[in-house]
Design a protein. Structure first.
Length: 371
């Protein structure tokens, strides 16, 4: 059975709809479209109010009374594109690729969850409890929806994130956590030639701190520490009285984050130049999505499902984060990249690989049979 043409027909109104995160009406309309599709196959659906700054989320379940879910599937409804993009670049097909804003990130994934449920065996839908949660603000950090996603995620035995598979078809079995810091150094300005002894150079302190922080990276653990921004001073003949360092840290396990956090804060308490003080601020934090033993078992089931559908599932460990990172903090197994493959995200070159649409959806319906 082939269903690609039906999939593309259903994808068109989603792609041809402006859904930038700030366009709350557009995001809500996408949720309404998906609500209609899920209700057409007997799922109970709820538009979820996550606050006045974002569009509605959507919760679709085949057994809304169930205390736990055998499978939770997640994808996001919003895109990064400004209003007018959908009209300027509507869905188009060229060869084995579809193009258009959000076709792969993440409309193709949203729609793939529906098709997996639509094409599932009736006996699997009768046996399993399935939850599909679509959030409206992933592209701006899921600030309004993370708690909601985690509330449902902690009730799930398996969590599948329907961000696109990588352009080569790879799924994601783990993701690094990310924490960023801002450290501001306060010194004393003075003329660099006439009275340098009266100054306290914030730049010197910041540079010494940045080098020490970079030294906390651990290749064996896979932790990285990147002082990516250093801003200080005004002109070269004035001793700088202010400098800011922004640091990005990444880690495979939350225990490694705890070590890094403690060490960076300890460095921020050291005097790096006479007369210079500093303060540290946490800019953001995303937990790791680790390759736990439970996740390994989930990976094995998906790999088996792909094999039964005639293709080999390949996997990567990713350095960037997704909503899967937050759900994984609930100590549940999470994998990502479960949607059809794509690339060129966040630009006019975004594409969806049509040759992967049917195989990836069949992979998920086969996965249902293995639970």
């Amino acid at each position: 059975m082939t269903f690609l043409n039906d999939y593309l027909k259903d994808l068109e109104p989603l792609v041809n709809l402006d859904c930038g995160t700030a366009n709350t009406a557009g995001v809500t309309r996408a949720a309404e479209i998906m609500k209609g599709l899920f209700e057409s196959i007997g799922f109970t659906c709820e538009l979820v109010d996550l606050g006045p700054t974002v569009g509605k989320g959507l919760l679709a379940r085949n057994k809304p009374e169930a205390e736990y879910y055998d499978v939770m599937m997640n994808a996001h409804l919003d895109t990064v594109f400004p209003d007018g993009t959908a009209a300027a670049r509507p869905l188009r097909i060229e060869g084995d690729r579809a193009y258009g804003p959000g076709c792969s990130d993440c409309k193709g994934g949203v729609l793939a969850t529906y098709y997996a449920c639509k094409l599932a065996r009736p006996e699997d839908l009768e046996r399993l409890s399935i939850c599909c949660a679509f959030n409206p603000d992933e592209e701006t950090g899921s600030k309004a929806s993370t708690a909601w996603l985690c509330e449902h995620g902690k009730r799930a035995k398996n969590v599948l994130i329907f961000e696109a598979a990588r352009a080569g078809g790879e799924l994601v079995r783990s993701r690094k956590g990310v924490t960023s810091y801002r450290v501001e150094f306060k010194g004393v300005s003075a003329h660099a030639g006439n009275n340098p002894q009266d100054g306290a150079n914030a730049n010197v302190a910041a540079m010494r701190f940045a080098l020490a922080a970079a030294g906390l990276a651990d290749i064996k653990r896979g932790t990285t520490v990147n002082p990516g921004v250093i801003k200080g001073g005004t002109v070269s003949n004035v001793i700088s009285d202010n400098c800011v360092v922004e640091i990005d840290t990444r880690y495979w396990f939350d225990e490694h984050y705890e070590d890094l956090d403690r060490e960076i804060r300890a460095l921020a308490g050291v005097t790096w130049a006479p007369g210079v003080t500093q303060t540290i601020e946490n800019l953001n934090h995303s937990p790791a999505m680790p390759l736990s033993q439970d996740t390994k078992e989930l990976v094995a089931k998906i790999t088996k499902a792909a094999e039964l559908e005639g293709f080999e599932a390949s996997w990567i460990d990713a350095g960037g984060g997704s909503d899967g990172n937050h759900i994984a903090e609930m100590r549940v197994p999470v994998i990502d990249g479960c949607a059809p493959a794509g690339g060129g995200f966040h630009c006019d070159k975004e594409f969806l690989r049509l040759d992967t649409v049917e195989e990836r959806i069949r992979m998920i319906t086969r996965f249902f049979t293995l639970l």
